[in-house]
Write a protein that binds this ligand. Structure first.
Ligand SMILES: Nc1nc2c(ncn2[C@@H]2O[C@H](COP(=O)(O)OP(=O)(O)OP(=O)(O)O)[C@@H](O)[C@H]2O)c(=O)[nH]1
Ligand SMILES: [Mg+2]
Length: 366
């Protein structure tokens, strides 16, 4: 950890120096008022993880390009434990920083927005990131700031050009249903597309039967590939298909997605994107554990399900911050029709600030 002290004539000037030198990733460890020959001033002690220094700018949304792993230092071989620990330390430091957030320094509407996000159970690190960006420019609207925290990259084939799409996540979050609905959307948009849906659950889950059923009804190919051998067969067949949607089982015990994919012979590949399917009602510690187990170079986006059952949405921002991944789809109902939408910033902010589900007006949401 690189720690440094910055001085300024007041808090704003000192924070501007922190930001200019250490960037948005800097953590404020402490502030104090000091008196010197030039009169009263402010001193801030700030820290930065050197591996993040000079990394992604707060304004640059992370797009799921081939090199997305390059902005995820935690994914360097052998470093994920250290990165996870570092995130936990940062979270603890953030709790100490909270009293230092001087809301009086924000414009009234910015203050309201931050208070609102806090009520939505947005975590301290997201709040501090938003606070510092708003404080640097009192005229800055909140939405572009939030877009930098949680970028969206809607799931549609013209954007997501990979052939293989792997759906992973905890048990019962809605992986199979999300996969079916997105595959059917693609088939609807491009009737001639050759789409294959794959059950990779080693024949254990009922999801396999559901997948086969919808594949048969909708003109999608269906394959089973729960072992490395079956996956090899599928890879040989891949040239026959335009898109291949792979349904993974929930991971057991402490298994990680990286290990599971390696076991199936699915190494990092520019033609593959894994999507982490999540529901918004886990505890913060569970999200941290999920991030630790599922983050790997193949993971490119977050899909949020069961939004219709949630009462707060801060988790969407918290996980975007924790994983540095864009949101690709929003699912908001248990049925097959009109219950999933490619994510967009507009939909995300209406959800967070108005509790309006995609396709719902603010009045309907109220
Ligand atoms: N209310 C609501 N229910 C959903 C949503 N998405 C999925 N479900 C329901 O959640 C249940 C589990 O969905 P699945 O798609 O089978 O979940 P899964 O993650 O594949 O489950 P496993 O394969 O058993 O780990 C089903 O009853 C779905 O109808 C959603 O957005 N809203
Ligand atoms: Mg399933």
């Amino acid at each position: 950890m690189h720690v440094k002290t910055f001085k300024g004539s007041d808090m704003q000037a000192a924070l501007a120096r922190v930001k200019a030198e250490l960037g948005d990733e800097a953590i404020i460890l402490g502030t104090k008022t000091v008196r010197g020959a030039a009169g009263k001033g402010c001193e801030i002690t700030a820290a930065i993880d050197p591996r993040n220094a000079g990394g992604q700018s707060a304004n640059a949304p992370v797009m799921p390009a081939r090199d997305a792993s390059s902005i995820m230092p935690s994914m360097e071989p052998g470093s994920s434990d250290w990165a996870y620990e570092w995130r936990q330390i940062k979270d603890q430091l953030m709790a100490l920083v909270k009293p230092q957030l001087n809301m009086e320094e924000l414009a009234p509407r910015q203050r309201v927005a931050i208070k609102y996000l806090e009520r939505e159970e947005t975590d301290m690190q997201v709040l501090l990131n938003v606070y510092l960006q708003l404080k640097a420019d009192p005229d800055r609207p909140i939405l572009p700031v939030l877009e930098s925290v949680a970028p969206c990259y809607g799931f549609e084939s013209k954007k997501w050009r990979q052939k293989f799409h792997v759906f992973a996540g905890p048990h019962g979050v809605g992986k199979t249903l999300s996969l079916i609905r997105l595959a059917l959307r693609e088939k609807h948009e491009r009737p001639k597309a050759r789409i294959c849906v794959v059950a990779a659950d080693q024949g254990q889950g009922k999801g396999r039967l559901v997948l086969r059923h919808y594949a048969d009804l909708s003109g999608l190919a269906f394959r089973e590939a729960g072992s490395a051998e079956e996956m090899q067969e599928l890879l040989k067949e891949a040239p026959k298909f335009d898109m291949i949607f792979i349904d993974l089982p929930g991971l057991s015990g402490r298994a990680t997605l990286g290990e599971h994919l390696a076991g199936l012979g699915l190494q990092e590949d520019s033609d593959m994107a894994a999507h982490l399917v999540l529901a918004p009602y886990f505890a913060a510690s569970q999200y941290a554990e999920i991030a630790r187990r599922y983050l790997c170079p193949q993971l490119r986006s977050l899909i949020w399900t069961k939004l219709d059952e949630a009462c707060s949405f801060g988790a969407l921002l918290n996980m975007a911050r924790l994983t540095e991944l864009p949101v690709s789809a929003l699912s908001f109902g248990p049925g097959l029709k009109n219950s999933i939408a490619p994510a967009s910033s507009d939909l995300l902010w209406r959800l967070i600030f108005k509790h309006a589900l995609p396709g719902q007006s603010a009045e309907q949401a109220a």
